[in-house]
Design a protein around this ligand. Structure first.
Ligand code: TXA
Ligand code: MG
Length: 351
């Protein structure tokens, strides 16, 4: 049954000191432990948290988001000792990753215990676990006293939220509360790594790069579906349309002159154009609307602003959207993964 919350309460937490005594944190923790769902900031994006031990809470998460039930959730913990109730066996490689990157934007896929509901794992025998590196997220998990299942706090298909306002836009009236802890840091979701294989495999690129993982593990594979359209992604969430603005978005790889040609072709059909570019090119491009992800020299800034920029692009009243592309190195790999999803694979390359 869908619960219609007359009002979604916004709980502001603006001082990250003595969080354990903060009334709003206590309230959010209590709501979660009682089976309500609350949006909370993490260092990647805002998550929609619910008690991972409560099937009712898990159902509320799926309903609020409009998320397909075969798309499993990440369980968030604040202490490693919580792993024993969630995970049946910790492979050595997973331990090395935890030592190197936790707390942080890395989600590990591990074999689940009986205790973890299949509602959380979408029927899989593995569970995704992450220890977030955000004081508010950590304090809420502690206050809840249970592991917290949390997908990104957007309506399914929309860009993930990087501010409390994004969450409110998507989920107002559908969840009990939102903790406003300001904008998130990375702006892209965590890297998801399957640690149940002989060689660990990246299922979703994110905040921790392949290069950083390889420093710890030697070889790390990448799900072939991230490279080829002919493969089915191993991470169920990646088969769905995602992050997409309402107007069709096309990625354009090539010179500014080439992009300008594409804009002109569309304008000649009488359509309004919107272009998402970088600060360095904003003056050079002529279209009905031109906005920027940030500086071309700072891919981390681009990542942090990516979803907000896609949401802004949605408000431009353009019929057609174009975006520049980025090199797929380091964090650029995750940025391009999200942009390719947002564009539904539409990409034009200059010869
Ligand atoms: O940064 C993040 O990871 C954010 C914050 C809130 O922690 N969370 C997030 O959750 O992005 P969500 O639900 O939007 O994405 C989780 C991804 C999905 O692609 C899902 O299919 C995958 O993780 N996943 C979860 N459990 C899995 C499992 N057992 N095996 C494979 N993929 C799994
Ligand atoms: Mg998501």
């Amino acid at each position: 049954m869908f619960v219609d919350y007359k009002q979604t309460e916004v709980l502001v937490v603006d001082k990250w000191i003595s969080l354990e005594e903060d009334e709003n944190i206590q309230k959010a923790g209590m709501w979660i432990s009682c089976g309500e769902v609350v949006a909370l900031p993490t260092e990647t994006v805002y998550g929609l948290g619910g008690n991972a031990n409560s099937e009712e809470a898990i159902e509320k998460i799926f309903l609020a988001k409009g998320r397909p039930s075969d798309n499993p959730l990440i369980v968030h913990i604040s202490e490693r000792k919580q792993l024993s109730e969630l995970v049946s066996h910790i492979p050595l490689i997973a331990e090395k990753f935890m030592n190197a990157f936790w707390p942080g934007p890395l989600t590990l896929i591990l074999p689940k215990t009986e205790q973890v509901s299949e509602k959380v794992t979408g029927g899989l025998s593995t569970v995704a676990v992450r220890m977030p590196d955000h004081p508010v997220a950590q304090a809420v998990i502690k206050a809840a006293g249970v592991p917290v299942a949390a997908p990104s706090a957007n309506r399914s298909g929309r860009p993930s939220p990087t501010t409390a306002e994004h969450v409110r836009h998507d989920l107002d009236g559908r969840i009990a509360g939102i903790i406003d802890g300001g904008p998130t840091g990375y702006g892209l979701e965590s890297t998801v790594v399957d640690c149940t294989r002989d060689v660990p495999m990246i299922l979703r690129p994110g905040g921790v790069t392949r290069e950083e993982l390889e420093e710890v593990a030697g070889v790390v594979e990448v799900d072939p579906a991230l490279i080829s359209d002919n493969e089915v992604p191993r991470s169920p969430g990646l088969k769905y349309r995602h992050y997409a603005p309402d107007a069709p978005l096309t990625l354009v790889e090539g010179s500014t002159a080439f992009l300008q040609e594409k804009i002109k072709e569309v304008e000649e059909e009488g359509l309004k154009t919107g272009v998402i570019t970088v600060d360095e090119l904003i003056q050079e491009i002529h279209a009905d609307h031109v906005i920027s992800y940030g500086s071309n020299d700072d891919i981390k800034e681009v990542a942090a602003k990516l979803y907000d920029t896609l949401r802004r692009a949605d408000k431009l009243e353009a019929d057609v959207l174009f975006s520049v592309t980025f090199p797929k190195e380091g964090v650029g790999a995750a940025v391009m993964n999200r942009l390719e999803k947002a564009a539904g694979g539409r990409i034009i390359k200059e010869e």
